[in-house]
Design a protein around this ligand. Structure first.
Ligand SMILES: [Zn+2]
Length: 231
């Protein structure tokens, strides 16, 4: 798995480069892993994601991946990268819990996120880092100071759909409480296979604002994508 991830190519999402204040540049391909040859011996899963039936019609929402479904339960592991202000770090931890809860609700419980204390083989790794961390994929002319986070999913690619098994999120604990929460919801959105929205009221808009929400189009897309996944 590690080797495959290292070999995977990084590709940019066309269209993202338009935003000077990009705060979470998704990598369109993320990191592609080969589908597992055998099912995991650790967890007995009633639902086999290889048998997932994608929606008949394409989901009317910008997606990074083809008909993405996230495996459940999905572990997440938090790494405090360096000296982040303790108050902001704790605030970020709380917002991470709330943000995962919001996505869990939006999938109607089809995807459950569970915080784990050991780095999982497959799962979401969250790096909490101070503002102005170095990132490698900012387009020329954009300010590094305005990048507050980024995310890329790790997924298995099947003929008609993608099964997300984790990914990496980097967040700087910026701004106020609500901006921080929206920011994290935005990055989880990329892990869930969503691209950017043009709707400035959406958490998927590329520039963060405290008032952004999980808009109905996101919920509708999730309803379609998870329609065949049992509770
Ligand atoms: Zn983004």
């Amino acid at each position: 798995m590690k080797i495959l991830m290292a070999l995977a190519a990084v590709v940019f999402l066309a269209g993202c480069v338009n935003y000077a204040a990009e705060r979470g540049i998704p990598q369109a391909s993320g990191q592609i892993a080969e589908p597992p040859k055998i099912s995991s011996p650790v967890t007995e899963e009633k639902f086999d994601y290889r048998d997932y039936r994608p929606p008949e019609e394409s989901v009317d929402h910008p997606l990074l991946l083809k008909n993405p479904v996230a495996r459940s339960p999905m572990p997440y592991f938090i790494i405090n990268e360096s000296e982040v202000n303790a108050y902001k770090y704790n605030l970020t931890l709380e917002n991470i819990r709330i943000a995962f809860g919001a996505w869990e609700n939006a999938t109607k419980g089809k995807v459950k996120f569970i915080q784990v204390e050991e780095k999982p083989m497959e799962g979401i790794i969250i790096y909490v880092t101070p503002k102005n961390y170095y990132t490698y994929d900012i387009q020329p002319g954009a300010s590094r100071q305005e990048v507050a986070g980024e995310a890329s999913p790790v997924y298995y690619r099947y003929p008609n759909h993608s099964v997300i098994v984790g990914g990496e999120i980097t967040v700087g604990p910026l701004y106020g409480t609500l901006e921080n929460r929206v920011q994290i919801m935005h990055e989880i959105g990329h892990i869930m296979g969503f691209g950017h929205s043009n709707n400035s009221h959406s958490i998927l808009f590329p520039v963060v604002a405290y008032s952004q929400e999980m808009t109905p189009d996101i919920r509708e897309a999730l309803d379609e994508l998870y329609g065949n996944v049992p509770a």
